[in-house]
Design a binder for this molecule. Structure first.
Ligand SMILES: Cc1cc2nc3c(=O)[nH]c(=O)nc-3n(C[C@H](O)[C@H](O)[C@H](O)COP(=O)(O)O)c2cc1C
Length: 173
């Protein structure tokens, strides 16, 4: 299986990054191929809604091409994000918005499945809006959404990220 992971946090030592690394290690240990993308370290412009993608694909020439290539060949996409003001991080949302070429174009290659890894600092983060946005993204791009791991209370400190990710992934893959 080919897995693409998109990390929606810029904090290299944050919980989101730890979730991504744990997922990557688990899949690799089981012989799967994994590509991990850190959009915060890439050059990815905002979608301009220019409409060119209706005919020619996205005409913006930037690092998003790496993510498009991986996405078109992957079997599973993992979207990860911290909750920022009850929504996904702007880092992840910027990447998702660049998938506008997939809207109304069922012929473009895409993973069969998508899952999400989310975390929030408070005791009861609002994960609902972020999950709705990710589900809408899956409908647009033709993927089946298989659920999310939601880790709350990260601001109190979390030391079992790896175990939680492994339990979650083992139950659904
Ligand atoms: C701009 C911003 C907005 C945030 N908004 C929320 C929020 O709405 N709900 C919440 O529970 N935590 C919120 N947090 C806390 C983060 O979700 C939490 O610290 C998370 O663990 C950060 O993940 P990271 O370290 O992987 O980047 C916010 C943090 C930032 C920086």
């Amino acid at each position: 299986m080919r897995v693409s992971i998109i990390c929606g946090s810029a904090d290299e030592e944050g919980v989101t990054m730890r979730m991504c690394n744990s997922a990557m290690e688990l899949f690799r240990s089981r012989g799967h191929s994994v590509e991990l993308f850190l959009p915060s370290e890439l050059s990815i412009a905002h979608c301009r809604d220019c409409g060119s993608c209706e005919h020619d694909g996205c005409i913006i020439n930037d690092d998003m091409s790496e993510i498009y290539d991986s996405f078109s060949q992957a079997d599973l996409l993992i979207l990860s994000t911290p909750i920022h003001f009850s929504g996904p991080s702007s880092i992840l949302k910027t990447v998702m918005d660049r998938f506008q070429p997939f809207w109304g174009n069922a012929e473009l290659g895409h993973p069969d499945y998508c899952i999400s890894l989310m975390c929030g600092g408070s005791k009861q983060p609002n994960f609902e809006y972020t999950e709705r946005i990710i589900k809408a993204f899956c409908i647009t791009t033709g993927m089946e959404y298989r659920g999310s791991l939601q880790i709350s209370d990260t601001d109190s400190g979390i030391d079992d990220v790896k175990e939680r990710v492994e339990n979650f992934l083992s139950a659904i893959i």
